[in-house]
Design a protein around this ligand. Structure first.
Ligand code: FES
Length: 127
């Protein structure tokens, strides 16, 4: 069976990294995809403004899972300011491209990361 996805996307989808929850996460963000209704939840551990761990749960398609996996790998070790600037285009580039009808799937990771950072900042203000 030939796939519409490239080899890297299939490889990441078959063995996604950072799947799961972080029970004591410092920031949690959930986003829904306006196009298809799929959902992603992102958990971040943050120390001194640096993301030390990231995990995700994606209730979505192969492209959403592959982009979440790569996005978490791209932000671990970055500051929250840097992570906030991660775009779906950066993630797609890292994956070597996505089929045109799957581009909308890649915005979930970007959105969930931003929501989780927002949640972290709100918690800091309320401390
Ligand atoms: Fe919904 Fe891909 S089809 S995230």
């Amino acid at each position: 069976m030939s796939s519409m996805y490239n080899e890297k996307v299939m490889e990441v989808f078959s063995n996604p990294q950072n799947v799961g929850q972080i029970p004591d996460a410092d920031g949690v963000g959930t986003v829904g995809n306006a196009t298809c209704g799929d959902i992603m939840k992102m958990y971040l551990k943050i120390k001194d403004n640096v993301i030390t761990d990231a995990k995700f749960q994606t209730f979505g398609c192969a492209a959403a899972i592959a982009t979440s996996s790569v996005a978490t790998q791209m932000i671990i070790g970055k500051t929250i300011d840097e992570a906030e600037k991660l775009t779906n285009a950066d993630v797609i580039e890292n994956l070597g491209g996505l089929p045109a009808q799957k581009i909308h799937c890649s915005v979930l990771a970007e959105g969930a990361i931003r929501e989780a950072i927002k949640n972290y900042r709100e918690k800091q203000q309320n401390k």
